[in-house]
Ligand binder design. Structure first.
Ligand SMILES: *Cc1c(COP(=O)(O)O)cnc(C)c1O
Ligand SMILES: [Zn+2]
Length: 285
């Protein structure tokens, strides 16, 4: 939090202080990137501090996150991240890719990568004193918000298109979220959630809108570099390792941009020397 300087618009490059913007650029609606004080971070934490942390979750990277420690030891927020980097031996042979690794984010509390974003968004919501959190979602983002919000007793409202998979809607209900099935597309649910957030003063988690989602998602890049340095055994524990390429499943593009931000943070800090090539992958249709 001490290293949180504010935001930079990805379209017009305008800088905003922490209290001068909330979601998107007030001028042009562009996405905001969180700006960190790298000098301050470099002075206050070392790679060794992080490597020796007993916190096996995204919170081991707290000095690089724009939120305060959420506390709530032992709750769901504390169980997000530090997912295993797996060596899939049979898949390596089958694909003839001997250096393939898999980051298994299905191990997160609500079973998707989205928990990283929702944990940081909920920490932010606590800080700004939000009384309700809302998001539009086709499934996983809503489940992650519902789960993380439940962990801190924050009411969650999820707007899902009526085509959302029933199993996903069930997961939202199990976490105690208020679910509205919108008679329209995801985009309709998205627009409606912005209106509700504006009208009722609720805190909005929407992907591609709230800048704290990418800050949560970037923690996977930190983990990849830290775990990869151990897995490949190339370093003496000093330098974190960067894979040649990272393949990311893409919808809105928030995960891939979050990963990019994470690798960029590490490079700015001088903790890695180069960025990996990032490949976005989508299924047909
Ligand atoms: C959300 C999601 C994606 C796409 O993420 P974006 O940030 O929208 O690009 C891909 N795969 C799974 C399983 C997801 O839940
Ligand atoms: Zn702008």
């Amino acid at each position: 939090m001490a290293g949180f300087l504010g935001y930079r618009c990805s379209v017009c490059d305008t800088h905003y202080g922490p209290d001068e913007a909330t979601y998107t650029c007030p001028k042009d609606g562009g996405n905001l990137d969180v700006v960190l004080d790298y000098d301050h971070i470099r002075d206050s934490v070392t790679l060794n501090d992080i490597e020796t942390s007993n916190d096996h979750s995204i919170w081991r990277y707290l000095p690089l996150l724009p939120v305060d420690d959420p506390g709530h030891i032992g709750t769901v927020l504390r169980a997000v991240g530090w997912t295993p980097l797996l060596a899939p031996f049979m898949l390596r042979e089958k694909l003839d890719l001997p250096h393939l690794w898999l980051k298994d984010d299905g191990r997160n509390p609500t079973a998707s990568f989205k928990d990283r974003a929702s944990a940081v968004v909920v920490a932010r919501a606590q800080q700004v004193g939000a009384e309700v959190a809302i998001t539009a979602s086709t499934g996983n983002a809503g489940a992650a918000l519902a789960g993380m919000a439940a962990a801190v007793g924050l009411p969650a409202v999820i707007l899902a298109p009526k085509s959302a998979p029933p199993a996903k809607v069930a997961q939202l209900l199990i976490f105690g979220a208020k679910v509205f099935l919108v008679d329209g597309t995801y985009d309709d649910a998205f627009d409606l959630s912005l209106q509700a957030a504006q009208e009722f003063g609720w805190y909005c988690r929407n992907t591609g809108y709230n800048p704290f989602t990418a800050e949560g998602k970037k923690t996977a890049a930190f983990e990849i570099c830290e775990q990869f340095s151990v897995a490949t055994n190339d370093s003496d524990g000093k330098r974190w390792q960067v894979p040649d390429a990272v393949f990311v499943s893409v919808g809105d593009g928030n995960i891939i941009s979050g990963l990019h931000k994470g690798f960029k943070d590490l490079k700015e800090l001088g903790w890695i020397e180069r960025l990996p090539r990032l490949f976005g992958v989508q299924s047909t249709g």
